[in-house]
Design a protein around this ligand. Sequence first.
Ligand code: DGY
Length: 320
Amino acid sequence: MVSQQERVVVLRELLPVGMELLEEQFEVETLGLDASREQMLAAASGSDAMVTDLTFAVDGELLDAAGPQLRVVANFGVGYDNVDLGACAERGVIVTNTPDALTNATAELAVALAMAAARDLPAAEKDLREGRWQGWDPKRWRGFELSGATIGVVGAGRIGGRFMELVAGFGGERLYTSRQPKPDLESRLGAERVEIDELLTRSDLVSLHLPGSPETTHLIDERAIGLMKPTAVLVNTGRGTLVDSAALVRALEEDRIGAAGLDVFEGEPAIHPGLLTAPRVALAPHIGSATYRSRDEMSRIVAANVIAVLRGEEPPNPVG
Ligand code: DGY
């Protein structure tokens, strides 16, 4: 039997699907999206489980504020670069995430951004909405076609693999980087595993699907952009830290890269101001997983992980 006394603190927000599961069994406190760090530290005190998300750091300070009874940090998302895994391990706190639920949604958004960026859709729409459309014009709004394009997936994990499946219909070559070979992608989709520099050099579309980490920070920097074709489209639905925003802005302004579709940003929700004015950029406010199906399922998984740990069972999605 689960004790009624166990306390779960949702440090920002969880959707009703997950909340209902937690509230059936535990005392649950939710702080909401505007919670300050001070409010989080205070609310964490005495909790057995914390529901966290990518927008704030789960570090020694927060874990110590919670106290030694804390058993699980259930991160609402597949990425957990906001969580100090070492600090959790030192304190015997289990960390969980929400894989799979958002794979398709995020891959679909990467396709949408690729197409929007390649055709400069946001700027074309802005012109239309703001009354600058003077009628059909053979010169204006010409972009890049993805059919026949060489498509490079950097990080062919679950999301990168699904992205590759979705774009397979474009028919060109498919390249990928991955620590391990992916025989399934190779046999089913004819994908070729290459080193990152070769991928950047050969691809017409480069889609980033890596987690945020010190090793991946500014993977796409001035040098990497220099390897890319001047017509290449760069898509990032992984983490903002993967791309040196200032270098990307310069490349867009100087026509050294074709276009960019970005869902994630360094230091979000702040955005490098140059990205708001640079040409040929499609932007989204970190909505890769934002479908009804995906976010509901993520919320359910968060709850399932909390419930398992507080019952003394192995959680479905431990990380670290
Ligand atoms: C994640 O899950 O890591 C995404 O960035 C948010 O859904």
